[in-house]
Design a protein around this ligand. Structure first.
Ligand code: FAD
Length: 402
């Protein structure tokens, strides 16, 4: 059993969290609840991938080969969501848009149906299969589905949340718990000592000021490998993976015909999803592109998303195209996050959540806050430490491909 870490000198934070996206804010909140003095540095909290994200909480519908451990981490986080969302709203009075309404996966043609059947086998092998539905049953569950849908799977335990609302609630809860939010970039990690005695001791901010901290948590999304001062081998192997995403809204005065739950479709081998919000908005996403830090919204990206989404739910063409944006997911070589201590003492990694950072926020916050408070990393996080990459991640920041 780990014991609480002793407090550091006055003026020194117990933890400096670099990055106030959904991951950094959730960690800061949970760590402050453990009695730690926490500072978050971010020039624009929640403006990164968090702002783009659809907010699907879909470990079952997104189960993938070679990602069994990530699947179980996602399930563990999903289990925590009802209490996590209720606690946030209870403390702040702010909504999160949490909706435990399930996910309907649908197939557009025979090839897509064969892929869904394969997906179902995988879910069974993970011990959490969705329920197979005929085409008729899919349409009974979602009357807005188009006539071509061939069949589907209902993952009743999946859900969704509105990441923008969630982040606003997390920021409010963190500040309420005493977290200091500094609206500045960290430009470099401060390291004391040299060689084996080297340790992270804080960060330099864009205005030249410094924040001294006993632990530095790197939670800067895809930019986590870009900070100056990281000794070779300590930067996490994250790269940006572009995702274009759309927000559609009912036109003023037009009746909203809401989807009851998230619909994820395979359309001639391509994936597309539609995530409904309580106010009638439908989020349609997302492309997955390896284009470095480019965030251009392209005509082709928007067209492909609308083309496929319309084949599944024809009525979306009546909606207003209210927003089109691109975000950058923090991708890693194995699509899983990097959690826990880095090779540099004092540096803690909480990044690389790729397409699942919103889903994984509750469990990430819990394990990292536990580590910060006790120096012990919970077993749940053990498969996700940087150690799994050996020395491979020394070239972090380079482009990799899936
Ligand atoms: C189109 C799209 C759809 C997605 N859909 C889903 C989904 O449905 N479900 C899901 O679970 N996940 C989804 N994701 C993934 C999810 O958005 C990410 O995994 C998650 O946002 C990662 O959170 P983060 O806090 O690590 O990074 P970010 O949200 O990117 O936040 C990083 C923060 O760090 C700050 N920062 C960067 N550099 C510095 C610096 N030097 N100093 C200080 N601060 C810094 C940034 O300003 C930013 O606020 C989606 C992503 C995209 C792009």
């Amino acid at each position: 059993m780990s014991s609480p870490v002793p407090a550091g000198p006055p003026g020194q934070a117990d933890a400096l969290v670099i990055g106030g996206g959904v991951i950094g804010l959730a960690i800061a909140w949970r760590a402050a609840q453990r009695g730690l003095r926490v500072t978050v540095a971010d020039p624009a909290p929640a403006a990164g991938a968090t702002r783009a994200a659809a907010g699907m909480l879909t470990p079952v519908a997104e189960a993938a080969y070679a990602e069994r451990e990530l699947f179980h981490l996602g399930r563990a986080s999903l289990d925590r969501y009802p209490a996590f969302a209720a606690e946030l709203t209870g403390l702040t009075g702010l909504p999160t848009g949490f909706a435990p309404t399930g996910t309907l996966q649908v197939a557009y043609d025979g090839g897509d149906l064969a892929m869904l059947t394969e997906q179902h086998r995988l879910q069974e092998s993970f011990g959490h299969a969705a329920s197979p539905l005929t085409a008729r049953e899919c349409r009974a569950a979602e009357p807005l589905l188009g006539p071509a849908v061939r069949g589907g799977l209902l993952a009743a335990g999946d859900g969704s949340v509105d990441p923008r609302l969630l982040a606003a609630a997390l920021l409010a809860a963190a500040e309420q718990a005493g977290v200091r939010v500094v609206r500045q970039s960290a430009t470099g990690i401060q390291v004391t000592g040299a060689g084996r005695a080297a340790a992270a001791a804080g960060a330099v901010l864009a205005d030249g000021s410094t924040v001294a901290a006993r632990r530095v948590v790197l939670a800067a999304g895809w930019q986590s490998a870009r900070l100056a001062g990281l000794p070779p081998g300590t930067a996490p192997p994250v790269r940006p993976v572009k995702g274009q995403i759309l927000r559609l809204r009912p036109r003023p005065g037009a009746p909203a015909e809401p989807l009851a739950r998230t619909v994820r479709g395979l359309v001639r081998g391509s994936s597309v999803y539609l995530v409904p919000r309580a106010d009638g908005e439908i989020v349609v996403g997302a492309t997955q592109e390896e284009l470095g830090s480019d965030t251009t919204v392209t005509a082709g990206g928007v067209w492909e998303l609308l083309r496929d989404a319309r084949l599944l739910v024809p009525g979306i063409t009546e909606l207003e195209l209210a927003e089109a944006m691109a975000g950058l997911r923090p991708g890693t070589p194995d699509n899983a996050p990097v959690l826990g201590p880095a090779a540099l003492p004092g540096l803690v990694l909480a990044t690389g959540h790729f397409r699942g950072g919103v889903l994984l926020a509750p469990v990430t916050a819990e394990v990292i806050a536990e580590y910060l408070a006790t120096d012990g990393l919970p077993e749940l996080a053990a498969p996700f430490t940087a150690a799994r990459f050996g020395n491979e991640h020394e070239g972090a920041g380079r482009a990799h491909r899936d």
